[in-house]
Design a protein around this ligand. Structure first.
Ligand SMILES: *[C@@H]1O[C@H](CO)[C@@H](O)[C@H](O)[C@H]1NC(C)=O
Ligand SMILES: *[C@@H]1O[C@H](CO)[C@@H](O)[C@H](O)[C@H]1NC(C)=O
Ligand SMILES: *[C@@H]1O[C@H](CO)[C@@H](O)[C@H](O)[C@H]1NC(C)=O
Ligand SMILES: CC(=O)N[C@H]1CO[C@H](CO)[C@@H](O)[C@@H]1O
Length: 494
């Protein structure tokens, strides 16, 4: 990936999860090559990896609008036994990665249960392009409600066409698609028998300062000093930024592509948020086994970051913070950092399917501005960072899509009215959550009823239970995967 593109994605990623379950993959060669090798032996035909296409309506909620488009999906029928269930992996805010058709805990379950596996790419991401471009006008057709209606239509038509109407369908998803998996069961109970909703933020909220509070606690679980040192460093940087004479040094310390210029609060916020993003990304994805997806294992963990922050030989905390930033850039092969807000704005407002933000940042940011919020602001005192308050994010909704703070506030309230937030009245949805994953703060972390259980995994990050097992997994993670399997087995008998 070109550094420039990655940078803006990296920025967005930290703002909103980005939920790289589905984003990653195509460009990073190592895992991808391994994936193809594995494919050759497991499926000599390679047919399971081919893109399949499904005709959808552009607008499921306007019977008078008959425009259609083609949605991408994948299928793996290698494990399917007559009478077996149908598994549907729900795509999220990035390209659907076909590696999931062969790897991951759900594939292990499918093998054991004789399931037929589908994965449906989310509208407006990857190759699923409902409209000629990403203009704000066209993005009106991008919403979780339309996505659920896509899933429902796909489920109904596919079942009919392939004689699967009497099979039990189970939905899977992690992060935003985890929420979709829960909502699919909630809103379309006649189409989905059960759902596994991993690391699912089910409550929409404009401001989400709790995210950074969990980052504090997750760093502290490694070393209680660690978040304190991060805070000292971040405060020292904010202090320096008040004096333009320091900008030459800051430019060098953080390897910026051009001399730092702070013309607006947005420039300041973006710079500080980008650097905090190093810690947010590492905490969210700590020690995840994602190589099968083509996500390189950079070796960057909470332990490594806290090791650098605690290393007095590197100088004052500010210098250690800069060292972390440089290490991260090295790990992701980024030569220099471009942190001007005007650049970000230009990228985010490019409406072309070939544009720099079209891999998901423009679309997902739109969804946050019109449905979810989820802004990981520095508005709590109990977190280490400074300089990117809620206003920083609200201003982006206005700048990129002309969405006002009032409109967002109302939309988020309506999202919770529509999906019921934490107050889920349903059955057969399991909610796994990882204790160091900042997203658990908006998730279901306690059993609602025996039929809506939570599975708590101590010490694991975002969506860990979905990834393929490996020998160094902590026992509680292995247990969680087994527990989910046992629950599925039981529910499939009902
Ligand atoms: C920039 O860094 C150099 C070397 O560390 C230091 O001597 C100098 O005082 C710094 N300049 C400013 C304006 O802080
Ligand atoms: C949008 O991005 C594409 C691909 O990078 C580029 O060719 C095009 O010039 C950009 N459009 C605008 C308006 O900047
Ligand atoms: C932005 O939204 C406001 C309120 O909906 C509207 O009056 C205005 O024309 C819009 N501006 C642009 C540039 O679309
Ligand atoms: C960190 C966290 O919120 N974990 C919760 C996950 O779910 C369990 C229920 O199984 C809760 O007890 C944990 O507190």
């Amino acid at each position: 990936m070109p550094a420039q593109l990655f940078k803006s994605l990296l920025t967005k990623q930290t703002i909103f999860i980005l939920f790289s379950l589905f984003v990653a993959g195509e460009n990073s060669s190592k895992g991808f090559r391994r994936f193809h090798e594995a494919d050759d032996s497991a499926h000599p035909s390679g047919a399971v990896l081919e893109d399949q296409w499904f005709i959808q309506r552009l607008d499921h909620f306007d019977g008078a609008d008959d425009r259609e488009w083609k949605q991408r999906y994948f299928v793996n029928d290698a494990f399917h036994k007559p009478g077996g269930p149908v598994f549907l992996m729900i795509g999220g805010e990035g390209s659907a990665n076909p590696a999931w058709m062969q790897y991951g805990a759900w594939i292990t379950y499918a093998e054991k249960l004789g399931a037929l596996c589908f994965m449906l790419e989310h509208r407006f991401y990857g190759k699923s392009h409902p409209t000629p471009d990403l203009s704000t006008e066209n993005l009106r057709f991008l919403s979780s409600r339309q996505a659920l209606a896509d899933l429902a239509h796909f489920r109904a038509v596919t079942a009919e066409a392939q004689g699967l109407t009497n099979s039990k369908w189970v939905a899977f998803g992690g992060s935003y698609p985890g929420s979709l998996a829960a909502w699919f069961r909630l809103k379309y109970p006649h189409l989905v028998h059960a759902s596994v909703a991993t690391s699912a933020p089910v409550l929409a909220t404009v401001d989400f300062p709790e995210y950074l509070e969990v980052v504090w606690r997750s760093l502290a679980s490694e070393d209680p000093e660690c978040p304190l040192l991060v805070k000292q460093a971040s405060d020292a940087l904010v202090e320096r930024l008040k004096d333009p004479k320091t900008y030459d040094n800051i430019t060098k310390d953080f390897k910026l592509c051009s001399k730092l210029q702070i013309q607006t609060d947005m420039d300041l916020g973006l710079f500080l948020e980008t650097l905090a993003g190093n810690f947010m990304d590492v905490v969210q994805y700590n020690r995840d086994n994602r190589e099968f997806e083509g996500v390189k294992d950079t070796g960057m963990t909470i332990k490594v970051l806290c090791g650098v922050m605690g290393d007095a030989s590197r100088g004052e905390p500010y210098a250690r913070y800069a060292a972390v930033a440089r290490l991260m850039m090295e790990a992701f092969s980024i030569e220099c950092l471009n942190v001007g807000f005007s650049t970000l704005r230009r990228e985010m407002m490019n409406i072309s399917w070939d544009g720099p933000a079209s891999t998901g940042a423009r679309q997902w940011t739109y969804q946050t501005c019109t449905e979810f919020g989820f802004y990981q602001s520095t508005d709590s005192p109990n977190q280490p960072f400074a300089g990117f308050p809620l206003q920083f994010y609200l201003a982006q909704c206005a700048a990129f899509y002309n969405v006002s703070a009032e409109a967002l506030e109302e939309s988020v309230a309506e999202t919770n009215e529509y999906y019921s937030g934490y107050d889920i009245h349903s059955t057969r949805i399991v909610f796994p959550n990882g204790s160091i994953d900042p997203w658990h703060a908006l998730g279901i972390t306690q059993d609602i009823t025996p039929d809506l259980p939570a599975i708590f995994i101590k010490g694991t990050a975002h969506c860990a239970n979905m990834y393929p097992p490996r020998s160094e997994d902590p026992p509680q993670l292995t247990l969680a995967r087994e527990h989910i399997f046992a629950i599925l087995q039981q529910w499939l008998k009902q």
